[in-house]
Write a protein that binds this ligand. Structure first.
Ligand SMILES: Cc1ncc(COP(=O)(O)O)c(C=O)c1O
Length: 393
């Protein structure tokens, strides 16, 4: 496809360079028949890869039964999907959305409403983290810790302040009697693949308990098995009050969710929140299939089995190439920090048939489909080795 022509009717928010027409297992095929190994999974979405027959059949069956009804009625897949999500996360009630950003919007609304059921005068202040990423809608942007994403769109929602991730004192310093919630990713993705330290996660939980503040954990990117637990917070032995999910929740069908513990969820009543499409039968049939396939095919166990291999291979690359400053992450969510712009390496990889994504300016983000095998890890590392060697870095 002529890229210039293809781009002429899109608002230019992305620099796209090729057109994919098909997916096969771990590979995407473009309109010229070239095959690419996908280690980005559509930005941490396609956890099952591209050829899961059971997943595709589940969607086809649902298309034949019922694609959409309004949220004024129950639909069977939504009921089942809500049960699965509650069971997997330890939450009690779910609201399905169409995207991650909308899940954040709902979580923020719920936190403010809950605080005001306790104290009608609560100012609804929210503490978020520097370098966080929660999405592009106005509310989600308001709690996103990267200034250059926020500033062109100000004024955003008020009452948000930013603490330093993994620095409990900086969180403490921002708490006031008007603070209703602390929101953070369990493992920062877009901000550069920074896992929460155990002390920080437990410390924030304890602080929230002590001060009567809600802890919202954004599991949109790091959840759904990516770190070797169904949700990344489960590595820390704590339970948040509200979680957000999306991305691999539907493995490609657009769906997100926010979920909360019973007492908190009760704060939203009919009329407080809504969505036309959120939780429709097609989207939630995808969610059901995802949970069922994860269980049957031991997807999370596979991540735990293969992650040490991935980490070893990345560390071997780091030992060989001085441009690699750090390798960090949990499970199948790894970052390679470089002393050169990541975009250059991502571009070179694409021309060699490898799809990678960056995080920030100098970090390569490895978020493959969770079904990636040793052969795919080897292929990725071979291409990266080739690129670094060619560049002499
Ligand atoms: C941690 C996190 N939260 C929220 C979002 C926003 O999700 P969406 O792009 O589906 O709106 C993203 C997207 O990358 C994310 O990584």
């Amino acid at each position: 496809m002529d890229i210039r022509k293809a781009d002429q009717h899109f608002i230019h928010t992305y620099n796209r360079s090729t057109t994919f027409v098909r997916g096969e297992e771990m590979y995407l095929i473009n309109d010229e028949g070239k095959k690419y190994l996908d280690m980005g999974a559509g930005i941490a979405v396609s956890a099952l890869g591209y050829s899961n027959e059971e997943y595709k059949q589940g969607l086809k069956d649902q298309v034949d039964k019922l694609i959409h009804i309004s949220n004024l009625y129950f639909n069977e897949p939504a009921v089942k999907a809500a049960n699965y999500l509650c069971e997997a996360s330890g939450m009690d009630r779910v609201f399905f959305t169409n995207s991650g950003a909308e899940a954040i919007e709902g979580a923020l609304k719920l936190a403010r409403k809950y605080a005001r059921t306790k104290n009608p005068d609560n100012g609804g202040e929210i503490i978020a983290m520097e370098h966080s990423f929660h999405g592009r809608t106005m509310g989600a942007l308001s709690v996103t810790g990267t200034k250059h994403y926020r500033e062109p769109f100000e004024p955003l929602i008020g009452g948000v302040s930013f603490a330093e991730y993994n620095n409990l004192d900086s969180v403490k310093a921002l708490i006031t009697s008007d603070t209703c919630a602390i929101i953070m990713e369990s493992l920062q993705g877009e901000g550069g693949i920074h896992p929460a330290s155990e002390d920080f996660m437990k410390g924030v939980r304890a602080l929230c308990d002590e001060k009567g503040i809600l802890l919202i954990l954004d599991e949109i990117q790091c959840g759904m098995g990516r770190t070797g637990k169904m949700f990344a917070f489960q590595h820390y032995g704590i339970l948040p009050d509200i979680i957000t999910s999306a991305k691999a929740l539907g493995c490609g069908v657009p769906v997100g969710a926010f979920a909360a513990k019973e007492e908190i969820a009760q704060a939203l009543v009919p009329g407080d929140h809504g969505t036309t499409y959120g939780g429709n039968p097609l989207a939630t049939a995808a969610v059901c299939k995802v949970f069922e396939i994860y269980k049957k095919d031991h997807i999370v166990e596979h991540v735990n089995e293969l992650a040490p291999y991935l980490i070893d291979k990345l560390n071997a690359l780091a030992a060989k190439h001085s441009c690699i400053k750090d390798v960090r992450g949990i499970g199948f969510m790894q970052g390679i920090e470089l002393d050169v712009p990541a975009g250059e390496i991502v571009g070179a990889a694409l021309s060699k048939g490898l799809i990678l994504i960056s995080a920030g300016t100098n970090i390569i983000r490895i978020v493959p489909p969770l079904v990636a095998g040793k052969e795919h890890i080897n292929e990725m590392c071979r291409i990266l080795d080739e690129i670094f060697t060619e560049k002499g870095i």
